[in-house]
Each structure stands twice: as C-alpha cells, then as structure tokens.
Design a protein around this ligand. Sequence first.
Ligand code: NDP
Length: 296
Amino acid sequence: MSATLIDGKAFAARVRDKVADHVTRLREEHGIVPGLAVVLVGEDPASQVYVRSKGKQTVECGMASFEHKLDADTPEADLLALVAKLNADPEVHGILVQLPLPAHLDSDLVINSIDPAKDVDGFHISNVGLLGTGQKSMVPCTPLGCLMMLRDHHGSLSGMNAVVVGRSNIVGKPMAQLLLGESCTVTIAHSRTKDLPEVCRRADILVAAVGRPEMIPGDWVKPGATVIDVGINRIDAPEKGAGKTRLVGDVAFDGCAAVAGAITPVPGGVGPMTIACLLANTVTACCRANGLAEPE
Ligand code: NDP
C-alpha cells in the first residue's frame, strides 16, 4: 500500500473531544445541556445498532439523549404527533428520525415535519435548499464528515476535480454541493453514467457512495488521488469461519490503496465521522437556538 490512510476513527475521536469541551462550557457558563432526540420506528437490526451507538456517544459527550422507540406498525399520525412534541420541547435541540422508515410511512412528509432548526440530519427541504444556495444550514452528517477529512488532508480543495459516484439525497447530492462550495469542479456519477471508469480516472478526489461491495477497482483511480469510501457493505467471510461476515466499502481497498495518494478504510473511515458530525450538529443547533457562538 502506498496511499496515506485517512484515519476516520481517530479524527472522529478528536471531533467528539471538541464537542464534549463545548458541551461543558455550555453547561458551566450558560446552564444549558444540548439534547438530541432519536426516533426509531420498527426493529431493523442495523438501525437499532446505529441508534444505540448514537445514544451512547451523545451521553458520553455530556449531552442529553432522548430515545423514542415506536412499533413497526405505528400510524403516521402518531409519528407526526411525536415529532411535533419534540419540535416544541425546549430541552430537545436536535431531532433525528432514523431512516429507512417502514413502507407505510411517508419519509419526506415526516422529515419535513421536523423543525428545520432541529433537523440535525440536514434532510429537511429547507436545509437542502439552504445548502444548495450556499447559505448557513444544517449539513448532512456523512458528507460533512467526508469534507472535514478532505479539508484536514488537503487544506484547500479549490480547483480540484471531484467525482462523486452516487446521487442519493443523503450522501451523493449533498457531498457534491459541499465540494462545489469548496470550489472543486464536480462530477456526479450514477448508474446511468457512461464510461464510469474513465470518469473516475479524472478525479483528484473520488467519493464512492454506491452501496456495491468493492465495485471500484484500483485501475479506476488516478495515481495520487484521494479516495473517500462511504460504502458500508456486509459480505460473507468464509475465511473467518462458517457463516461469518465482514464489512467492506464500495472500493476494492488493496487495489485502490496501491494507486491512491490517500484513502479512507472501511470500517474506521467515514462511518465514525458520521456520528461525530451528528453530535457536532446538535451542539451547533443548541448554540443557534440560544443565540450563542457556534463551535468552529
Ligand atoms: P443509495 O442506494 O440511496 O444510492 C446509491 C447510488 O449509487 C445511486 O445514486 C445509484 O445510481 C448509484 N449506483 C448504483 N449502482 C451503480 C453503478 N453500478 N454504477 C454507478 N452508480 C451506481 O445509497 P446511499 O447513498 O444511501 O448509500 C451509499 C452507500 O453508503 C451504502 O453502502 C450505504 O450503506 C453507505 N452509507 C454509509 C454511511 C456512513 O455513515 N458511512 C451513511 C450513509 C450511507 P441511481 O441513482 O442511478 O440509481
């Protein structure tokens, strides 16, 4: 491997330390405790793991965590009523409704019922519009984490060619907006993109957010490029024993690391940064709600 490993786990720990410091100051100087409410509908195993982890890290940073677990068949009106209650609760500064929601619930309707000022996931249509027009907003956590690692590694990203593979509302599109905001020349690729290998080879910054295990091989990567692997895919790992699995990203790590200048691993790259940014967004929302200076 010739690429520098971008250690998201260590970076996330530093972000959490800063969040914890800010939380301490808010409590000691202003008597305010930032609060994050997480709503989980149903029993999706991956979502349960995420929600547990978010709650644990929220408390470890000194913030208040409010978990709301609802049955999978919860009527939409009940979920909307809960969101309305959290919107009105002064102890709740951030609200996150864990996606995906069960099929009978309208995700757009639910997300857009969250007070945009408390929308720490940055998925509310108002925040999407603010980000798209370069105004102050709540920025989605996963792309924000990617951007923080890129800025830390490169300093200025101005003028770089960035290719984002994936155009989802939660990762690909906001990632492209953020890179555009950094004055990158941005290409968004997707399942209909023609000659994807060639498009990827033009990238100084290649962000993979596809959801296909190890789809991007080393010969799609420009020598020296920075590769950010957002993908989290669980695949069989017979080498670890019968029935065992392991996590891989959307890029073939060994092949890409041999060519890239820098690369994030999976696990230990983008994943830990996502929750750290959620905590940071909650503190930001709390500061804005109280008219106080935001963390940098
Ligand atoms: P989506 O399924 O919503 O979007 C996937 C995107 O990839 C789509 O735009 C799709 O194109 C594109 N795509 C699919 N197949 C191809 C292909 N063969 N060639 C080019 N593009 C393709 O996924 P998400 O954005 O929600 O997530 C992407 C990955 O990131 C997943 O592995 C997910 O688990 C992971 N993830 C990780 C997070 C973290 O914290 N690290 C957080 C969120 C997600 P089209 O639009 O044309 O269908």
